[in-house]
Design a protein. Sequence first.
Length: 294
Amino acid sequence: MGEIRLHGRGGQGTVMAAEMLANAFVRQGKYASVFPSFGIERRGSAVQAFVRYGDQPIREKTKIYRPEMLLALDPTLLDKKDTYEGFKTGGVIVAAAKDHARILAMGVKPSIIGLVDGMEIAYRETGTNITNVVMLGALAKVTGLIGLGDVTPAVEENFSGELLRKNLIVLKRGHDEAKVIKFDTQAGDDDAVSLFEIKKTSCLEPKTAVFESSWSDCTNKVQIIKTGEWRFKRPVTNKDDCRRCGLCALYCPVGCVTERPSGHYLQDYAYCKGCGVCAFECPAGAIDMVLEEE
């Protein structure tokens, strides 16, 4: 039985990618199971999905704690330790990224890294940061576990019309443009210890609660998430056109727009998710949404 863990952000189609991947395995005559795991259920927050496949019926129902394969749909997740938790030495990592240095910097030892600029492809072809179909194409090339002929019918079941046409393009581009980097690393289990073998003689203090906001009036028991890393586009204010009315601050859902000494209301990019509400509500049209990479 093989195990693949997918990492993405809410709105990028991580769960749908897992379902299409399982569909592709079933079309090969294999068995497959799939289910997601959500944290903060908001667009842009971290999402995991789990896919198991094999030649025999799959009865395992737990999350995948020791994956031999990781599929990362968003490049911002590659700098987080949680993404690689439990990853087996000699496994495969397929990522929406331009280079692999940041992956190796996390201390993992894969035998293969597959790279494709999924964000660029998705944006140019569909106008969104939804990389799920792009990355399925890359996975097909890097691993050889599935072919485009297996994935294409799964994509056709989920899209139609013009959206289907665009997704078939990104699927092929993800496959054709994926780069494969191989390392002389042997597969291993890293002497992993089962959770059931770990003896605990006392209760552990609960982890610090996660609070999704830029609000500052909270206790030191609460961790504030810098949600700016979720952003695909950022709002940019033209100060010459700004009327200093403050409506952008009023409508900002996370309260990250504040008045500055000049009288202008500007976003705190550490927390701004790029939702575009301020740009939509600005009566002067002084706020433009700009692609984050620009």
